[in-house]
Write a protein that binds this ligand. Structure first.
Ligand code: ADP
Ligand code: MG
Length: 252
């Protein structure tokens, strides 16, 4: 049975997509059949894996119930890594899902048949706590919360944790926090080190040991349509995402 991870934080630009794409590539490279599900209408994860964002069918058609999830899954250049692509049409799903009662479990139901085909299923969430993120949290076993190592890092995290508790109570009792992940860390700056200390103090036991450094190779990789481990396997970004994959697998 595959484990479903949602990569969520209602803040934009904190490293959700970067983490989803790169950790998915690392676990696939380690030999685990993996599916990345892009549920952001910006389709950044889709493009970062070299897939056209007008690909159809997409996760939008799956959420509408028009096609089975298996029929929308495409392969990628990374062995063992498949993608359920997003498409800009997905913006409409936010409105459509909000209108329908009981639509919170659409994604969970759609992914159920894929659970025995993949060991890891990673869901790249949009930057909001809207219906798509709620669908992801209702489907997930675990949530990874990327936190940008910046001033205001803690802002919004309390609200996110409240939402997680509500989802656990109402929709998905098995949802657990895999961890908060510090991203874009710059060990040369005092700010990064202060923020890391503060987040670890505030959320003891909840923060991954692995910290993702700010690394230009990580930010370049999407423009080549490949994860950082293919763009520059020897970069600090590659080794950090490998470490995270190891930690994720070890934490079970
Ligand atoms: P989100 O999905 O949360 O909106 P992204 O993953 O798209 O955030 O990251 C926002 C921006 O920061 C992107 O341009 C991305 O390339 C860049 N970025 C993310 N992580 C790193 C990193 N560790 N080092 C350098 N740039 C990064
Ligand atoms: Mg994103």
């Amino acid at each position: 049975m595959g484990t479903i991870y949602a990569i969520a934080n209602q803040k934009g630009g904190v490293g959700k997509t970067t983490t989803a794409v790169n950790v998915a590539a690392c676990v696939a490279e380690a030999g685990y059949p993996t599916l990345l599900v892009d549920i952001d209408a910006q389709a950044n994860a889709t493009v970062a894996l070299g897939v056209d964002k007008t690909t159809e069918p997409s996760v939008y058609d799956v959420l509408r119930g028009d096609v089975e999830a298996a029929a929308a899954v495409v392969g990628t250049d990374i062995e063992g890594l498949s993608l359920l692509p997003a498409n800009p049409d997905l913006a409409a799903a936010t409105v459509e899902l909000a209108r329908e009662d009981g639509s919170e479990t659409r994604l969970r139901d759609a992914l159920e048949p894929l659970r025995d085909r993949f060991r890891f299923l990673l869901l790249d969430c949009p930057p909001s706590l809207g219906p798509l993120t709620i669908n992801a949290l209702a489907a997930a076993d675990r949530v990874i919360v990327p936190v940008q190592t910046e001033y205001f890092a803690l802002e919004g995290l309390a609200g996110l944790l409240d939402t997680l508790k509500l989802i656990q109570r109402r929709l998905n009792p098995r949802l657990a926090i895999a961890g908060m992940l510090l991203t874009m860390h710059d060990s040369r700056t005092r700010l990064s080190n202060d923020v890391e200390r503060e987040v670890r103090q505030h959320f003891p036991d909840l923060v991954f040991d692995t910290v993702i450094p700010r690394n230009v190779r990580i930010s370049e990789a999407p423009s080549y349509g490949v994860p950082v481990i293919h763009h520059d396997p020897h970069s600090s970004g590659s080794s950090a995402y490998f470490d995270l994959a190891k930690e994720m697998v070890a934490r079970g």
